[in-house]
Design a protein around this ligand. Structure first.
Ligand SMILES: CC(C)(COP(=O)(O)OP(=O)(O)OC[C@H]1O[C@@H](n2cnc3c(N)ncnc32)[C@H](O)[C@@H]1OP(=O)(O)O)[C@@H](O)C(=O)NCCC(=O)NCCS
Length: 325
């Protein structure tokens, strides 16, 4: 007897940015040796949000998740898989996902774990959740990207501190008779770990190494544009689609110049690209679900649209998800 094929669909999204926006001018006023003009010209970033000290990764994840659950018409008890993509979890352990599960009041023993793939974390988490659902082992996943990158920034390093911000985005992914997610691809190449890293650890109660983000900006830029084009083409080929079939590209929101260069390489018109980095900076694993949710709530993305989500980040990691919304 053959069973019907199981697909997975995003049935609701949510996002959350903590506090008031901190503008480029605010950073200058705080004594950072930069200018609004430099930041906007190089990155397209005008502002970012910074979580207060008592607010953790799982707190941001909680707000985004609550909104996604409402949008999906689901209760916390309907969730049987919680995945949080983050590089800035509350603790070494338990995972932010386990803490989120508790904060949401999920008491059904749902599996909960974090995925650490830096800025590609959300597409990694989505690819994992999709496979769990397609296998039939799980029915309804909460997939979250949540970060407090402000905690790992060296505020004396103007080359990096102006680029990042805090935030969270979430999607509820449910089993469905119809697709849904059409294709996923995730990749890594650890030989490039040195160009973007936070090379610190805790040992014997002390911080060993340097617990701040460091980056070779130009090397990251070139690598990002190349792999974002390649992985987009990879998922399109998997699904038997081409660039003209894409209604919306939702790239990792690191930098307007990387986004524009990628769209140009793909020959995708700028009107089909969701860009939100200007008002929240690079929120790492949170950026794709944040951009997705904002575009959904603004009525730009509609049910039935074909979306290409793609990210790249430290590791180096990269990946993409092609889906029918
Ligand atoms: C970071 C990035 C914006 C820097 O732009 P760039 O054109 O490569 O700039 P450089 O690092 O070469 O620095 C150029 C000059 O600007 C200065 N500068 C750096 N940060 C500055 C800031 N915040 N404000 C003002 N000047 C700054 C540098 O000191 C340098 O000055 P110098 O020429 O006198 O030495 C760019 O490399 C980039 O976007 N990289 C990708 C970053 C990214 O998205 N990372 C995350 C990926 S997941």
């Amino acid at each position: 007897m053959s069973s019907a094929r199981i697909f997975s669909r995003i049935i609701g999204t949510g996002s959350y940015l903590p506090g008031e926006p901190v503008t480029n001018h605010d950073l200058v006023a705080r004594g950072i040796n930069t200018s609004d003009e430099w930041i906007v010209e190089r990155t397209g970033i005008h502002a970012r949000h910074l979580a207060p000290e008592h607010v953790s990764c799982s707190d941001l994840a909680l707000e985004a998740s609550r909104r996604a659950l409402v949008a999906a018409g689901k209760e916390p008890g309907d969730i049987d898989l919680v995945i949080v993509a983050t590089s800035t979890p509350d603790f070494i352990f338990p995972s932010a996902a386990a803490l989120l599960q508790d904060k949401l009041g999920i008491r059904n023993g749902a599996a909960a774990f974090d995925v650490q793939a830096v800025c590609s974390g959300f597409v990694y988490a989505l690819a994992i959740a999709e496979k769990f659902i397609r296998s039939g082992s799980h029915r309804c996943a909460l997939v979250v990207g949540a970060e407090v990158f402000s905690r790992i920034l060296d505020w004396d390093d103007r080359g990096t501190c102006v680029l990042f911000g805090d935030g969270a985005g979430a999607a509820v992914l449910a089993a469905s008779d119809e697709p849904g997610i059409l294709a996923t691809a995730i990749h890594a190449d650890g030989s490039h770990s040195g160009i973007l890293s936070v090379p610190g650890q805790i040992c014997g109660g002390k911080v060993i190494g340097r617990p701040f983000l460091q980056m070779e900006g130009q090397a990251v830029f070139k690598f990002a544009v190349r792999v974002l084009k390649e992985v987009a083409e990879e998922v399109l080929a998997q699904a038997g689609l081409s660039v003209v079939d894409i209604d919306w590209l939702i790239p990792h929101q690191a930098n307007v110049r990387i986004i524009n260069a990628t769209a140009k390489k793909l020959a995708l018109p700028a009107e089909k690209v969701i860009v939100t980095v200007g008002h929240h900076g690079n929120t790492s694993a949170a950026s794709i679900p944040l951009a997705l949710d904002e575009a959904v709530r603004a009525g730009r993305i509609e049910r039935g649209d074909t979306l290409l989500l793609e990210g790249v980040g430290g590791g180096f990691t990269w990946g993409a998800t092609l889906l029918k919304f």
